[in-house]
Write a protein that binds this ligand. Structure first.
Ligand code: HEC
Ligand code: HEC
Length: 331
């Protein structure tokens, strides 16, 4: 183990190299296990346009370093990656995540895969751009609980960050540049090239018989494709499936943003990419396994006055269930 002071001096000597380091004291630190260089090659199945308009390598390295650095949390224990862990498909394994001082988030941490394809952010879509979104967890008192002024002051007091912002932007740390760097990094987290993408390209051996049966169910009787559609398996729209409606104080969901009664209990259709890594599921983390999710749909979601018309009980045999689960696991 390298001693912290050695590590700090190393970073000062080589400010342009993204050295994975963390100051988390309690051993909870989430490591940067991503490849040293994030490929610019757009994976099979994702739109080629993703490959355009990147931030510079210096900005990407800065955003990456910030994402894994607890410096952005009030007590220096929480990283973005604490709740968005690369090993968990950029989510974590709890229904609700833990922020500073053991505080719990009110919703399940969503995956950050393919957010470049998102048209709004958060489960209720209350934010339109990633640049806006990425600063919010820093200030959120349940997550990192640090004012942006303090965050910028901390970075400005750290020589290696001053150098890294200088290399990326030709100026020192600021809110705006902090957001550009973090959003630039999040935009580069891609997941494609799954069996489904290869199958769609004509590779008929990409699926075994069960997985293929699951795809068929997904696209026919299951009606899943009606919301989980397109390259990222989401319509980027909001629907009430009944998740959470039976809770003590059901959330307004999308209606909180639009003020429209019909949007009550509606949440954003999540991507299904990386699904086998992102359990538990749903905006409240209430479904522990993929099997539980499929059982939920089999029963027709949770009936309520605002249930989406596309959700209804499904006539499924046990092998339909097994096939659908097998297919979802491949994503
Ligand atoms: C304590 C846990 C926690 C931390 C720390 C955290 N997040 Fe999140 N993140 C969440 C939760 C929970 C949501 C969903 C909240 C909601 O929908 O209301 C979320 C949502 C997001 C989204 C929206 C994704 C989507 O599909 O709509 C992005 C992007 C994101 N976080 C990025 C970040 C970045 C960047 C950081 C660090 C600056 C960060 N998060 C820190 C828990 C966390
Ligand atoms: C009417 C649109 C709609 C249809 C049809 C639909 N879904 Fe969903 N799906 C959603 C929404 C919205 C959510 C999030 C619900 C919430 O958390 O409140 C979701 C969540 C999920 C999740 C959890 C993902 C995560 O990361 O938490 C899985 C898995 C899933 N759906 C699979 C399916 C399958 C399989 C089918 C077909 C049997 C299906 N969906 C049909 C809209 C739909």
């Amino acid at each position: 183990m390298m001693h912290l002071s050695n590590l700090t001096s190393l970073i000062c000597l080589a400010p342009f190299v993204a050295v994975p380091f963390v100051r988390v004291q309690d051993g909870r630190a989430t490591q940067d296990t991503l490849p040293a260089i994030l490929s610019t090659e757009v994976p099979l199945g994702l739109p080629a346009a993703l490959g355009e308009g990147h931030v510079s390598d210096a900005t990407l390295a800065l955003g990456r370093r910030l994402f894994f650095d607890p410096i952005l949390s009030s007590d220096r224990t929480i990283q973005c990656a604490s709740c968005h862990d690369p090993e968990h498909g950029f989510s974590d394994d709890e229904p609700f995540s833990t922020g500073v001082q053991g505080r719990k988030t009110l919703r399940n941490s969503p995956t950050l895969l393919n957010r470049a394809l998102g048209s709004s952010f958060f489960w209720d879509g209350r934010t339109q751009t990633l640049e806006e979104q990425v600063l919010m967890p820093i200030e959120n008192e349940l997550e990192m609980d640090l004012s942006l002024d303090d965050a910028v002051a901390r970075l400005a007091a750290d020589e290696s960050y001053v150098a890294a912002f200088g290399a990326a932007f030709g100026q020192g740390p600021s809110r705006e540049k902090l957001s550009v760097a973090l959003a630039g990094f999040v935009r580069r987290l891609w997941r494609g090239d799954s069996a489904l993408d290869r199958f769609r390209q004509g590779d008929h051996d990409a699926f075994d018989a069960a997985e293929r049966g699951g795809l068929w169910f997904f696209e026919s009787r299951g009606g899943c494709w009606r919301c989980h559609t397109g390259p990222n398996l989401t319509d980027e729209n909001f629907h009430n499936t009944g998740v959470g409606v039976d809770g003590e104080a059901p959330e307004l969901g999308r209606a909180f943003v639009t003020g429209i009664d019909a949007d009550r209990g509606a949440f954003k259709t999540p991507t299904l990419r990386g699904l086998s890594q992102t359990a538990p599921y749903m905006h409240d983390g209430s479904r522990a396994t993929i099997e539980d999710v499929v059982e939920f749909y089999r029963q027709g979601g949770h009936p309520n006055a605002y249930l989406d018309e596309r959700i209804a009980p499904l006539d499924m045999t046990d092998s339909d269930v097994a096939n659908l689960v097998a297919f979802l696991r491949t994503l």
